[in-house]
Design a protein around this ligand. Structure first.
Ligand code: HEC
Length: 196
């Protein structure tokens, strides 16, 4: 009898011990860390660059002061910018010079979004962009400059991430659907376009 009554306690301790490893990644930052493995071969594990551009030490934030423009670029990759005749992607007034498509070793950033043949869903793109801005790029989620963006897009409570994950919105409908937020999102879109 004594052994039996101890069983639930034992089972509970066992669950506590195994659950952290078994829990699946969730939330933008955790998903993004996992997805970034596929980007690291070109951009470097710490975003130090390689076949792909340097992302760390604020570099990617200079190119994309607004997360919406970065989501758009990662979705399409470089080629649609070339085809659309756009001379630059990202901020045209970028500190250190604007980035022209195919201006880094002549290599293209491969498209990640589905309509351009990429393999990532919209919420995975948001996750990896959050990872590149906040874990690699140097944006501090607690700073005055970035706190609102982080809360809106990259925190565990991000309603935009949740809606992308459940499939109720996509990069084309996001801005309109969430126009009532305290920090309303700008257009993302899935076609190459100038940064706003
Ligand atoms: C095959 C190599 C390769 C892979 C894999 C790759 N990239 Fe890139 N990436 C590039 C290249 C090259 C550029 C520069 C593009 C250009 O000049 O048109 C770039 C540019 C970028 C930029 C713009 C940086 C800036 O400041 O101009 C971002 C953001 C980016 N990549 C994100 C990602 C993400 C996210 C992934 C993974 C999902 C990824 N990349 C995977 C090669 C790659």
């Amino acid at each position: 009898m004594a052994t039996l009554s101890l069983l639930p306690v034992w089972a509970f301790i066992y669950l506590l011990a195994v659950s952290p490893q078994e829990r699946e990644a969730s939330g933008p930052m955790a998903i993004g860390e996992a997805v970034y493995g596929a980007c690291a071969s070109c951009h470097g594990a710490a975003g130090q660059g390689g076949a792909g551009r340097v992302l760390h030490e604020g570099e990617v934030l200079k190119t994309f002061p607004h997360i919406e423009d970065m989501l758009n670029f990662v979705y399409t990759g470089s080629q649609p910018f070339v085809s659309a005749g756009l001379a630059v992607y990202g901020n045209p007034d970028r500190e250190g010079g604007a980035h022209a498509p195919l201006s880094y070793n002549g290599n293209a950033m491969p498209a990640q979004g589905e309509s351009w043949g990429g393999g990532l869903t919209n919420y995975e793109i948001l996750g990896v962009v959050c990872h590149e801005r906040y874990a690699i790029g140097g944006a501090d989620p607690k700073s005055e400059q970035w706190a609102a963006e982080y809360a809106t897009w990259c925190s565990e409570d991000s309603e935009i991430f949740a809606a992308l994950e459940s499939g109720t919105i996509d990069f084309n409908t996001l801005a309109e659907t969430f126009s009532m937020l305290e920090t309303p999102p700008r257009e993302v879109g899935t076609q190459a376009r100038p940064s706003k």
